[in-house]
Design a protein around this ligand. Structure first.
Ligand code: 6K6
Length: 147
């Protein structure tokens, strides 16, 4: 499956190691993680903002599913979730640490499928089992989402 993994960059890199663990395990399970750089703790700014935006939008449009870590408030992640769910009609699954104070615009939105995790091991297990279970809609069935 082609996965877009979204996680905070300028919103804070405190959980970059957690993102890296999730990305690594999705890859080990045979999935393609288009945005694997999000899990790179050494990530450096090399592209212009415009190029980052255009590339990430292109990858989102190629993705079968979006997995997002919403433990930190990130404007970029929030935008990607809305774009994927409402513009592209891609299934979106959000994960947040148990104690994270997540925006009501995420927690109150049933289309974004928020789950909580206490430890990284459980997070990885949840992501892998959900990827085994989900049924990806055909492209012509996308884009018909309500709130
Ligand atoms: C490196 C270090 C800091 O910034 C960079 C390069 N920037 C980005 N590279 C790749 N993807 C990015 C970058 N900035 C934002 N994104 C996308 O937005 C990612 O796909 C993340 O899911 C999301 C993070 O948004 P912010 O608002 O936390 O940066």
């Amino acid at each position: 499956m082609r996965i877009y993994f979204a996680g905070s960059i300028r919103g804070g890199r405190q959980y970059a190691d957690v993102y890296a663990e999730v990305v690594k395990n999705m890859q080990l399970a045979g999935h393609t993680v288009l945005s694997e750089h999000v899990g790179n703790p050494e990530l450096k700014e090399t592209l212009s903002n415009r190029k980052i935006f255009m590339r990430d939008i292109e990858w989102l449009s190629q993705a079968d599913v979006v997995i997002a870590d919403v433990s930190l408030p990130s404007l970029g992640v929030g935008f990607e979730l809305a774009y994927a769910a409402y513009e592209l009609g891609i299934p979106v699954f959000c994960f947040a640490q148990a104690s994270a104070n997540v925006s009501a615009m995420i927690t109150g939105n049933s289309l974004l499928n928020l789950s909580r995790y206490e430890i990284t091991f459980d997070y990885v297990e949840s992501v892998l089992s959900l990827l085994q279970e989900i049924d990806i809609p055909d492209e012509d069935e996308r884009g018909d989402n309500g709130f």
